[in-house]
Design a protein around this ligand. Structure first.
Ligand code: DX5
Ligand code: ZN
Length: 228
C-alpha cells in the first residue's frame, strides 16, 4: 500500500511565527507543506505570496512545498513561486485561459504541476492533460477559507479520479483539500487518495503530533476496510 501523505496547510498556522509553526508541523509528522495563495479576486480572501515561500526556504524548511494558487491570472506568478522555492504549483482551471500552456510553464520552471478542481468543476477537464499532470487536487470545500465542512460528494469524485489515474498509467498524485477531520479521514483515505491537505484540524490544537498520529491511525484503519 502506497503511503498517504499528510500536508499541513499553513493557512491556519500562526503567521507571526510562521517558520517556527511550519517546523513544528513537519517535526510532528507532516510530509510536506501546503501554501494557500489567495488574491481577493479568484477567491474572497487575501493571504500569502512568493516571499512567504522564499522566507520559509531561508528559514530552513527543506520539505517539499506545495503552492496552491487560488489567484487569477496564474502565468505571471509561476516563475516567481518557482524561484522562491516551490516544489509543486497547483492552479484552478478557471484561473487560466490556456490550461495546457500553464501546465507546461510549471514543468519548464522545474516544478511539479497540479490542477485543483472545485466541488462543482467536472473531472472531464483532466482528460486531455493527464500527460502533463503530477498532481490532481480535489477541493472538498469551496476555496477561500479554512475551517469549512467537508462536502460529501467529494468521495464519489475521489473514486472517479482514482480510476482515471489508474487507467491512465501516469504517476499522478491524488490529493484532497478542505474539511478533513479525524472523524472523516478513514472514509476519505479509503478512496485511495495519496495526499490529505489538513489545516485547522492540525493548527487549532496545541499538540500537532497527537493530531497527526491520530490522522495516521485513521489512514491505517482505511487500509483494513473492505473496498466499497
Ligand atoms: C481552502 C484551502 C485549504 C484550507 C484547508 O481554500 O485550499 O487548503 O487551508 O483548511 P481546513 O483543513 O481547515 O479545511
Ligand atoms: Zn489549499
Amino acid at each position: 500500500m502506497k503511503k498517504c501523505l499528510i500536508a499541513p496547510s499553513i493557512l491556519s498556522a500562526d503567521h507571526a511565527r510562521l517558520g517556527e509553526d511550519t517546523t513544528k508541523a513537519l517535526d510532528a509528522g507532516g510530509d510536506l507543506i501546503h501554501v494557500d495563495v489567495m488574491d481577493n479576486h479568484y477567491v474572497p480572501n487575501l493571504t500569502m505570496g512568493p516571499l512567504t515561500v522564499r522566507d520559509l526556504r531561508n528559514y530552513g524548511i527543506t520539505a517539499p512545498i506545495d503552492v496552491h494558487l487560488m489567484a487569477q491570472p496564474v502565468d505571471r506568478l509561476i516563475p516567481d513561486f518557482a524561484i522562491a522555492g516551490a516544489s509543486y504549483i497547483t492552479f484552478h482551471p478557471e484561473a487560466s485561459k490556456h490550461i495546457d500552456r500553464t501546465l507546461q510553464l510549471i514543468q519548464e520552471s522545474d516544478c511539479k504541476s497540479g490542477l485543483a478542481l472545485n466541488p462543482s468543476t467536472p473531472i472531464e477537464i483532466l482528460h486531455y492533460v493527464m500527460d502533463k499532470l503530477d498532481l490532481i487536487l480535489l477541493m472538498s470545500v469551496n476555496p477561500g477559507f479554512s475551517g469549512q465542512s467537508f462536502i460529501p460528494g467529494t468521495l464519489k469524485k475521489l473514486d472517479q479520479v482514482r480510476n482515471l489515474i489508474d487507467r491512465s498509467g501516469y504517476n499522478i498524485c491524488l490529493a484532497v483539500d478542505g474539511g478533513i477531520q479525524i472523524d472523516n479521514v478513514c472514509e476519505i483515505a479509503s478512496t485511495g487518495t495519496d495526499m490529505l491537505v489538513v489545516g485547522s484540524t492540525i493548527f487549532n490544537q496545541l499538540d500537532y503530533k497527537k493530531v497527526i498520529s491520530s490522522i495516521r491511525m485513521e489512514i491505517e484503519k482505511s487500509h483494513k476496510k473492505p473496498l466499497h
